[in-house]
Design a protein around this ligand. Structure first.
Ligand code: ZN
Length: 161
């Protein structure tokens, strides 16, 4: 059984009047479906539909609803509409900088090669560079390297020289 949120008549920071909430969640007022004031609070998607964005503000409240598909309670951030900022339209220059950022995620920091797949955030290094730098004993790449090495790293270096 999931938790039940009981009705609470509480004062809220954005209004001098009390309103019906479902108590608090993470220290902020909690609302159930169709109980939050649509003229004051909006989810991020509702702000987007209005051509606005949260603009760095913390959520003022939370909304919960039951998602039938996921079979669980889902919590959403509610933002104050009056604190929201207008959404910036994408200009060619903004698209260019966005593409540059996405390419940087696919670029190896060692060999500077840009591939198709995003590299791991921790090191942004391609598998070839990981291998030449020396694999740690728990690396998943060992699963793809079958058999026993026939040469030591020193003998390999001597071959290349
Ligand atoms: Zn590389």
């Amino acid at each position: 059984m999931s938790r039940r949120f009981l009705w609470v008549l509480a004062s809220v920071p954005w209004s001098d009047q009390t309103c019906f909430t479902r108590g608090t969640w993470h220290g902020k007022p909690l609302f159930s479906t169709k109980t939050a004031d649509r003229s004051v609070l909006a989810t991020e998607r509702q702000l987007t539909a209005m051509g606005k964005r949260p603009g760095g503000q913390d959520p003022a409240a939370f909304l919960y609803f039951r998602c039938r598909k996921a079979g669980k309670l889902v919590f959403a951030n509610l933002y104050l509409i009056e604190k929201a900022k207008p959404k910036q339209p994408m200009t060619p220059a903004r698209w260019a900088s966005h593409r540059k950022m996405m390419a940087a995620r696919r670029t190896c920091r060692e060999c500077r090669e840009t591939g198709w797949a995003e590299l791991p955030k921790a090191h942004r290094t391609c598998e070839a560079c990981l291998y030449s730098a020396g694999l740690d004993p728990h690396s998943y790449l060992h699963d793809y390297l079958v058999g026993e090495p026939t040469l030591t790293p020193e003998e390999h270096a001597a071959l290349a020289a």
